[in-house]
Design a binder for this molecule. Structure first.
Ligand SMILES: Cc1cc2nc3c(=O)[nH]c(=O)nc-3n(C[C@H](O)[C@H](O)[C@H](O)COP(=O)(O)OP(=O)(O)OC[C@H]3O[C@@H](n4cnc5c(N)ncnc54)[C@H](O)[C@@H]3O)c2cc1C
Length: 509
């Protein structure tokens, strides 16, 4: 295996940043993949005299671990970490060599304090854009705590193993042999799931904010920057900073940036917000809001934050199709992210529920990977743009069923088919397939506001042109509002509007 010249050049530059020696222990056999892995390792080792290689016997072949000389770190890669996982390997090499991971000191202390044995096995696909963050988070934990280890397992290289565990969505994390988590999860979220969350009682003791932003997506970040720039004491409380863009692969319509990736934009948003004196309280979910002299926002943890004005920017989440089998087979054939999970259905038959833009984009994307795609649209016509429909109908391995209602997703321990009903004739059809991608839009994250603020029939918060809601001092922005279009640039603009609206409210009251 030969690395492309550009990648090799880039890797060479990164390896110059190594601060100490690294020992790679390689378990290889005589199969072709082992030969490719050995060639890959040799090529990496040839770029730095600080990397040594030794043969070893590891639980999986081919695989290799990344260690300090004489001290195993618990970081192992099973398969060849190319594609999106190449960055995970580069970071592992640098961090094992001594370069400090970019993690807050509080989080480092939390990891070091964890007691007990935690052995993670994380199944990935090399084209999954959510997987590297999970691998990198678990690798940092392995590096900092000798009781923790993590093995990245390329599902395509260890197909039988992945199939025996019925893994149909990645990343799929197993802890000590038991399923731990499916999908993207941040380092802080992993720690919280292990019961090692930071003490939240300190939150209640915070002085009241001038403006508290609830939600840390593009709209919340924009609102926080605007209020902080007005000199207002600003806090952001977010269940997961970054919001939906954390799930987005390529972004080509964020004006002035020709192309970026969701997690990269999320990191830039956080960096920009933290450039100001904004108190970011991540991994905290708001569950109630009351207005007395001040607004009081109650969090799931029990803490209560006070503020003179509040901007709601809680965004939206995937809409479920709500048929029998959907919950039962989530990650066992039912998927929501074609970019992440598409490769796991290579050569298989799948359905896409939803004929809007996202459904048809997903169907076109999947048609290049899977054997056959059936699109199920509830309405008599597809709602996707004409150009997407044209492309879809030009594909040989796609069937479109219109005016059909999904009745059930069938399976035993994983998806085996889908049952739908023709809405005109009531005829029932059963299609045998292995995967179902649900692409029927988004629901606003506003259930917790029931009875507190005026919302539309579908739960969107109603705002005026200043971002003001029906409650004085309570503003809203982004995808959680009745804004007709849900886009990053629009949510950022509405965040700025709500921030200026809130500023205006505060100077008048
Ligand atoms: C797969 C996908 C691809 C997309 N691609 C594009 C694209 O290419 N271009 C584009 O312009 N747009 C795209 N979008 C749309 C875009 O991501 C959204 O319009 C945008 O993220 C909305 O920003 P927001 O801040 O309003 O909400 P979100 O991004 O949804 O952020 C909401 C925030 O609120 C937090 N939150 C929710 N509930 C609570 C609670 N109770 N308490 C505390 N915090 C809470 C969340 O954790 C999150 O931090 C895409 C969306 C998806 C899902």
């Amino acid at each position: 295996m030969v690395l492309e010249a550009a990648i090799k050049n880039q890797l060479n530059q990164y390896l110059q940043l190594m601060e100490g020696n690294v020992q790679l222990k390689v378990s290889a056999g005589s199969d072709q993949l082992s030969k490719d892995l050995l060639a890959f390792i040799d090529e990496i080792a040839s770029l730095s005299s600080q990397i040594t290689v030794e043969k070893a016997s590891l639980p999986r072949t081919p695989s290799f671990s990344v260690n300090r000389p004489g001290e195993d770190t618990g970081i192992t890669f099973a398969g060849i970490p190319l594609g999106h996982e190449f960055t995970s390997l580069v970071l592992a090499l640098l961090q094992v060599s001594g370069r400090a991971p970019k993690v807050d000191q509080g989080v480092i202390d939390q990891i070091k304090k964890i007691s007990g044995e935690y052995h993670f096995e994380t199944y990935v696909s090399l084209s999954c854009h959510n997987c590297p963050d999970v691998i990198q988070a678990l690798n940092v934990m392995s590096l900092l705590n000798p009781n923790i280890s993590n093995t990245m397992i390329d599902g395509a290289s260890f197909k039988e193993e992945a199939e025996s565990k019925n893994i149909m969505a990645v990343p799929a994390v197993y802890l000590n042999g038991e399923f731990f988590n499916g999908g993207r999860i941040s380092l802080e979220e992993i720690l919280a799931k292990l019961g090692s969350a930071p003490d939240s009682s300190a939150l209640s003791n915070k002085d009241p904010f001038d403006v508290l932003v609830v939600g840390g997506g593009p709209s919340g970040a924009s609102a926080a920057i605007y209020t902080a720039r007005k000199g207002l004491r600003t806090g952001v409380v977010a269940e997961r900073f970054g919001g939906q863009i954390q799930e987005t692969l390529g972004i080509d319509n964020f004006i002035s940036v020709k192309h970026t990736e969701g997690p990269k934009l999320a990191a830039s948003l956080e960096e920009h917000v933290k450039d100001y004196d904004v108190d970011v309280m991540n991994l905290q979910r708001a569950k109630d809001i009351k207005k007395n002299d001040l607004f009081e926002v109650e969090l799931e943890s029990g803490a209560v934050l006070k503020s003179k004005a509040v901007i709601l920017s809680t965004g939206a989440r995937w809409r479920n199709v709500n048929v029998p089998g959907e919950q039962e087979f989530k990650n066992k054939g039912v998927a929501y992210c074609p970019h992440c999970d598409g490769p796991l259905f290579e050569g298989k038959d799948v359905a896409v529920i939803g004929g809007g833009n996202s459904g048809i984009e997903a169907a076109i994307d999947l048609a290049g990977i899977v054997k056959h795609v059936t699109v199920l649209e509830f309405m008599p016509e597809l709602k996707a743009d004409e150009v997407l429909q044209k492309r879809l109908y030009s594909l040989p391995n796609v069937t479109v069923l219109k005016n059909v209602q999904t009745k059930e997703i069938n399976g035993t321990d994983k998806v085996t088919g889908i049952t739908c009903v023709d809405r005109a004739t009531q005829d029932e059809t059963h299609i045998e397939l292995q995967g179902v991608f649900v692409q029927i839009g988004l629901v606003p994250n506003t259930d917790w506001l029931e009875g507190t603020v005026e919302r539309t029939r579908v739960g969107e918060i109603i705002v005026d042109k200043y971002g003001a809601t029906s409650v004085p001092g309570l503003y809203a922005a982004g995808d959680c509002t009745n804004s007709p279009y849900k886009q990053i640039i629009i949510s950022m603009g509405s965040g700025a509007t709500a921030a200026l609206g809130a500023f205006d409210y505060l100077i008048r009251n």
